[in-house]
Ligand binder design. Structure first.
Ligand SMILES: [Zn+2]
Length: 284
C-alpha cells in the first residue's frame, strides 16, 4: 500500500493491512515436490525445513524397527516449520520425503556417499571371471559389488498422488451393502497403529487389517475411529469386499518406494539400491 506523504499530516502505517508473511529463518527452505503435491492440505499450507545438525543426525543413526517413528517425529518437530497444517495431519509419505530432503541437503554436493552392493558390478565381475577362466566365489563377488552412490532427492521413486484421487469417494462394498471412504496414512494414524500394537487394545490384532482400518475414514458417511473400522473389517465385510478395499488402497496409496535409482560410483551404471534407514545413510 502506497501512502502519499503530506507535510502537515501524520502518516500512520497501516500495520494491520500487512499480509501475514511468516517469519522464516534463513536456513529454512520451502519443501516442494512432496508425494502428495500438497493437494490434501489447505491451499495456504507451506512446509519449510532446514538441513540437519550433528545432534539430529546422531539421533537418526539410532533408529531401529521399533523407535524410528518416534525419532523421526522428534527430529522433524525441531527442524521443520509448518504453516496451516498440523504435524499430526502430515502424510507419512510427505514426512519421509522431508527427512530424505534433509539428508540430501545436509551433505549437498559434498560427496558423502553411501555404501551399497551394486548388481551391475557383480555382473561385470562374473563376466570377467568367466573370461579369465576363474570360478567366481561368493566372497569375491561381494567384494567386487561393494560400491557407493551419492544420495539426492531425485533418487527417490515416488508414488505420487493420482489426478483422480478424491478422499471423499464413496467406495461401494457389495457384500455388506455399505460404503466407505479411505484416506492416507498420516502421522496420526501411524501413532494410533503403534499405540494399539503396544496396548493390545485389540487383542492379537492382524497388522494388515489394522493398517487398512487406520485409513478408513468413514462408513456409510459416518466418521469412524480405527477400532470401529477394524471391527467392521473383521465382522461385517465379506472377503470380496476386503479385496475391493485392498485394491483401492493399492491404487491410490501415496508413498515412497523402498528402492532408490542410483548411479554406481564404481561402474557408472544406473542401478537400484534398497532404501534403508541404516546409520551410515545419515552419517556416511
Ligand atoms: Zn556398479
Amino acid at each position: 500500500m502506497k501512502v502519499e506523504k503530506k507535510k502537515e499530516q501524520k502518516v500512520v502505517k497501516p500495520v494491520l493491512d500487512l499480509p501475514e508473511t511468516p517469519q522464516i529463518p534463513n536456513d529454512f527452505h520451502e519443501i516442494t515436490g512432496l508425494p502428495s503435491k500438497g493437494k490434501l492440505y489447505n491451499k495456504e499450507t507451506k512446509i519449510y525445513a532446514r538441513a540437519l545438525k550433528i545432534l539430529e543426525i546422531k539421533q537418526l543413526t539410532n533408529m531401529d524397527e521399533d523407535n524410528y517413528g518416534f525419532i523421526i517425529d522428534n527430529v522433524l518437530q525441531k527442524t521443520t516449520i509448518l504453516h496451516n497444517v498440523d504435524y499430526q495431519d502430515l502424510l507419512v509419505a510427505d514426512k519421509l520425503f522431508i527427512i530424505f530432503w534433509q539428508r540430501a541437503n545436509t551433505y549437498q554436493g559434498d560427496g558423502f556417499s553411501v555404501d551399497f552392493a551394486c548388481s551391475k558390478c557383480i555382473d561385470n565381475k562374473v563376466i570377467e571371471d568367466q573370461q579369465n577362466g576363474i570360478e567366481s566365489t561368493e566372497e569375491s563377488l561381494r567384494e567386487a559389488s561393494v560400491s557407493k552412490y551419492d544420495f539426492s532427492v531425485e533418487n527417490l521413486q515416488l508414488t505420487d498422488i493420482k489426478e483422480d484421487y478424491d478422499p471423499n469417494t464413496e467406495i461401494e462394498l457389495k457384500g455388506c451393502g455399505k460404503t466407505v471412504t479411505m484416506y492416507q496414512h498420516t502421522v496420526a494414524t501411524e501413532k494410533m497403529i503403534g499405540k494399539i500394537k503396544i496396548s493390545e487394545e485389540i487383542p492379537n490384532a492382524d497388522l494388515d487389517i489394522l493398517n487398512l482400518a487406520s485409513i478408513i475414514s468413514s462408513i456409510n458417511g459416518k466418521p469412524v475411529d480405527i477400532k470401529t473400522a477394524y471391527a467392521f473389517i473383521v465382522d461385517d465385510i465379506t472377503p470380496p469386499d476386503f479385496i475391493v478395499l485392498e485394491k483401492y488402497k493399492t491404487e491410490y496409496d501415496i508413498n515412497i518406494n523402498p528402492t532408490l535409482e542410483v548411479t554406481c560410483n564404481k561402474c557408472g551404471g544406473e542401478v537400484e539400491a534398497p532404501l534403508t534407514f541404516r546409520p551410515d545413510f545419515f552419517l556416511p
